[in-house]
Write a protein that binds this ligand. Structure first.
Ligand SMILES: Nc1nc2c(c(=O)[nH]1)N[C@H]1C(S)=C(S)[C@@H](COP(=O)(O)OP(=O)(O)OC[C@H]3O[C@@H](n4cnc5c(=O)[nH]c(N)nc54)[C@H](O)[C@@H]3O)O[C@H]1N2
Ligand SMILES: Nc1nc2c(c(=O)[nH]1)N[C@H]1C(S)=C(S)[C@@H](COP(=O)(O)OP(=O)(O)OC[C@H]3O[C@@H](n4cnc5c(=O)[nH]c(N)nc54)[C@H](O)[C@@H]3O)O[C@H]1N2
Ligand code: SF4
Ligand SMILES: [Mo]
Length: 806
């Protein structure tokens, strides 16, 4: 184990003295994958502590992680299935009734619409064993290619940018590289709030040694940006303009590694042609970043001898998502900074095991990074699963936004939603709600949510701590989670629900034997290992036992690398051989999938591929009607739609409601007061939220956390966001939509004898507030004049998380 900092003992335990036992687990609240131990008393979770021997966190846990067990004990957990009755009400049902309803419906839809009338929409927060089972049931059981997950909203771009440049998914660098690198670039990534243990790892080293040099690319002044040596506060939607400009200038200054390029890559010259026109002046115009800062970035990125670049939602949820991340790959390749200690792209994941769903084929591509368009890969899968080849569907995947459109057109009759809450998390959610209402929807969730409101059947699953399985974090580490307690009576593990479904559907292999023969998560893992053999994500050397003993292992872990693999491509052999690659690639502008011959011509076995990445600004741009960029994202205190974190009183208190950050000059110009309720309006919808007047956002941009969204009570960022997707990864452009701000005010006609003081007092406003709302210069108001009265003012409190560095 590498001790990158002092060991810590972060924990929250209800009754320290009375712990019956500690159970090996992994934090289920983000893709860093910190090791933890769950405290159990009388078959109840009573706390959690960071695992000191786990290299990822050395005993650390962030505040939401320390409280993650509380939701398990919440009194409003669902303890029986629900089925919607004739009157449209969800009513208590037995498991048998609920499962029969689901199976009858699934069969009816498959009969009527064919297998592609049924969709499974899963998650990046479950276990690899569940995903593998979904892949097998979906592909070889139902025979549908409508397998998608909330990973589409999250890390679809990670997968596609890696496939394009290197031939397959699998992030080249590792967290450990942050301990060696001279330079780190956090690109559209705010790890201080969204991966705080990893950020602490970087900052611990920074404090001790002054290294690494930190570049942050984010339009907001985030906690991460505050710690940067260089903050590139670019205009929203200009990621690729920035990269083209920096790469163009690096080429001009000859910061390129010619011999690496010659030996290990193809198409550098074409890429060079498209960036050579980009001057720093032009880059300044698009990005709004000063020439001095651009110069500094060019020198740093051009001369550093090691570099780790992370990307996350500021890069992925944008119009040029995949192209941006491919440009970052181009930069690493051009400088030969990949496959070496301290170097490589580290395109991040978000959810605790979104990478795992991609790896085992629960979304988009086929298990083990297989190419769904390659008949050889499909034949291999058919043999491994012992099913007829024609059972496996050939064709490009359909992302969730496409599926919403298909629901609108009555093409999907059965939609099984597992471990995600789309009616808060999908963009343009009112449209999504109407589409889902037209379909038969199964929701598998421990709580009633915004999505269960439209469900036809609700199945209550066991939660984290109550089931066994593995998760894959953001650097290819597979971690084991042991079952700490039996689930409450009345609920079943996701895995067992899937097995029950497969049995009731009578899925069989071609010998007439049950399609699913494993009975336990470990059995599923063992079968998956066979499927993974010889593929990039080979896990044949892993077992539950050695995963526990080693506290996680990184794939590939096989005969050649029995301990696992810290970093990919140390031999500079990339996965681009046409019949090994995970895809034939896509056209970088239109997203059109290429044919085998096209890929063969474009690629050379073992070499990484450069792409020209022309910049196109986002289609929706600020205008007179909608002058602001609308940005949304996360707070340290909450996990997504808050079904877990709002069930901890202290996390709930730390950030209780949605708000909108408005820049000081913008607020001043509109006469908006801090805390005043305003209406944020986009072409999709509108929300009323209190304003926070803040210089953390740029002029012309506003920001709202997306964690809130109860239909009746809470304004949701996704009333406003645009449901357009990146052409390659099909990830929605949450960060690239527009809005306007309207004041939400009453009016007051000044009567004789009234003064600013008396009017302010009358409405419970302070005099400066009343004056600012009306842009009054002095205390005099004319009789008969009309004053604007803010309807509601409540200061929004959001606690700042102090990042501990020692
Ligand atoms: N506390 C907490 N942590 C989490 C989660 C959580 O819900 N809560 N969720 C997890 C998941 S699933 C994910 S995906 C990750 C996400 O982690 P992050 O990607 O770090 O989080 P976000 O806040 O969505 O977005 C990151 C930043 O992108 C910036 N941004 C907006 N527009 C642009 C742009 O045009 N260019 C650039 N360069 N940046 C832009 C935003 O200002 C924001 O600061 O967090 C994970 N960790
Ligand atoms: N505006 C805007 N929208 C965004 C984003 C953004 O930055 N801005 N980010 C996007 C991203 S990156 C992501 S990842 C998504 C996240 O969005 P979602 O995945 O939809 O949000 P969660 O709240 O994580 O939903 C998980 C659900 O699973 C349930 N659950 C918990 N444990 C279990 C279990 O063991 N089994 C089952 N079956 N269910 C369980 C929870 O109660 C909850 O309802 O949001 C996306 N939406
Ligand atoms: S950084 Fe992520 S995995 Fe680690 S404790 Fe925090 S939420 Fe959990
Ligand atoms: Mo995510």
């Amino acid at each position: 184990m590498k001790e990158w900092g002092p060991i810590k003992n972060d924990q929250h335990i209800k009754d320290q003295q009375n712990v019956d036992r500690w159970v090996h687990s992994t934090c289920n609240l983000c893709s860093i994958g910190c090791g933890c131990e769950i405290a159990v008393k009388d078959n109840k979770l009573i706390g959690v502590k960071g695992m000191k021997e786990h290299q990822t966190n050395l005993g650390r846990l962030d505040p939401k992680a320390k409280d993650q067990w509380m939701a398990n004990n919440s009194s409003d957990r669902l303890l029986h299935p629900l089925v919607r009755n004739q009157e449209g009400k969800l009513k208590k049902a037995t498991w048998d009734e609920a499962m029969s309803t689901i199976v009858d419906k699934a069969k009816e839809v498959i009969d009527e619409k064919g297998p592609n009338g049924a969709a499974i929409y899963s998650t990046g927060q479950g276990f690899l064993e569940d995903y593998y089972t979904i892949a097998k049931i979906g592909r070889a059981g139902i025979g549908t290619h409508l397998l998608d997950a909330n990973t589409r909203l999250c890390t679809a771009t990670t997968e596609y940018c890696l496939i394009q440049s290197f031939g397959s998914d699998g992030v080249p660098a590792s967290f450990e590289d942050l301990d060696y690198t001279d330079t780190v670039m956090f690109f559209g990534h705010n790890p201080a709030e969204t991966g705080s243990v990893l950020f602490e790892r970087v900052m611990t080293r920074k404090k001790e040694t002054g290294k690494p040099y930190i570049i942050v690319v984010d339009p907001r002044e985030t906690l991460t940006a505050e710690s940067a040596d260089l903050h590139l506060s670019l205009n929203t939607g200009s990621n690729l303009a920035l990269l083209n400009g920096l790469i163009g200038e690096m080429v001009r200054r000859n910061y390129v590694n010619d011999s690496f390029i010659r030996k290990h890559t193809v198409h550098f010259d074409e890429m060079k042609e498209t960036v050579k026109e980009w001057s720093l002046e032009q880059t300044q115009q698009y990005t709004g970043i000063s020439i001095e800062k651009l110069e500094e970035a060019v020198e740093q990125l051009g001369r550093t001898t090691s570099l780790v670049s992370t990307t996350l939602q500021g890069a992925y949820q944008a119009a040029d998502a995949t192209a941006t991340c491919v440009a970052i790959n181009n930069m690493h390749l051009m400088r030969g900074l990949i496959g070496k200690e301290g170097s490589g792209p580290l395109h991040m994941a978000g959810q605790p095991s979104s990478s795992g769903n991609r790896t085992v084929g629960g979304v988009g591509t086929y298990p083990g990074n297989r190419n769904p368009l390659n008949p050889k890969h499909l034949k291999e899968m058919a043999e491994l699963w012992n099913v007829e080849e024609d059972k496996l569907e050939v064709g490009p995947e359909k992302g969730i936004i496409k599926q919403i459109e298909m629901m609108e057109n009555d093409q999907i009759g059965f939609f099984w939603n597992i471990h995600t809450n789309p009616l808060v998390s999908l963009p343009n959610r009112q449209r999504a709600k109407e589409a889902l209402k037209k379909t038969f929807v199964v929701v598998q969730d421990p709580f009633l949510t915004e999505t269960t409101e439209i469900a036809d059947v609700v199945l209550p699953p066991a939660m984290w701590g109550e089931k066994e399985g593995t998760m894959e974090n953001a650097d290819r580490t597979i971690n084991l989670l042991r079952k700490a307690v039996e689930p409450p009576n009345g609920v079943k593990a996701d895995f067992d629900i899937l097995l029950d479904f497969a049995k009731r559907m009578g899925f069989q292999d071609k010998d007439g034997d049950p399609l699913i023969q494993f009975e336990t998560p470990e059995g599923s893992f063992e079968e998956w290992k066979v499927v993974s053999k010889g593929r990039p994500s080979d896990m044949t050397a892993m077992s539950y036992q050695n995963l526990e003993e080693n506290r996680g292992m990184q794939w590939p872990a096989n005969e050649e690398n029995p301990e696992g693999t810290t970093r990919l491509y140390e031999d500079f052999q990339f996965n681009t051989e046409v019949d090994y690659a995970q895809s034939y690639g896509k056209d970088i502008i239109t997203g059109r999938p290429l044919a085998r011959d096209e890929y063969k011509e474009k690629s050379e076995a073992g070499k990484a591929i450069f792409y020209s990445t022309p910049y196109f600004p986002p289609s929706e741009q600020p205008s007179d009607s909608y002058p602001f960029w609308f940005n949304s994202g996360r707070l340290i205190w909450h996990w997504h739609t808050r079904t877990k974190t709002s069930r901890s009183a202290s996390l709930d208190q730390a950030a209780k409601e949605a708000y909108v950050d408005i820049q000081e000059d913008d607020a001043g110009q509109m006469g908006i007061l801090p805390g005043e309720e305003v209406e944020v309006i986009s072409p999709r919808g509108s929300i009323k939220v209190p304003s926070r007047v803040s210089n953390s956002v740029q002029n012309g941009t506003v920001f709202t956390p997306f964690h809130f969204g109860n239909f009746e009570k809470e304004p949701s960022a996704n009333e406003l966001t645009i449901d357009v997707v990146d052409p390659l990864s099909h990830q929605p452009l949450y960060k690239n939509s527009v809005c306007r701000i309207e004041k939400n005010r009453g009016s007051h006609k000044v009567k004789k004898g009234e003064t600013v003081n008396s009017i302010a007092a009358n409405y419970h406003l302070t005099v400066p507030q009343l004056k600012r709302a009306n842009r009054l210069k002095d205390n005099f108001v004319k009789e008969g004049a009309t004053l604007e009265i803010p309807l509601r003012i409540r200061e929004v409190e959001v606690k700042e998380y102090p990042i501990p560095f020692d």
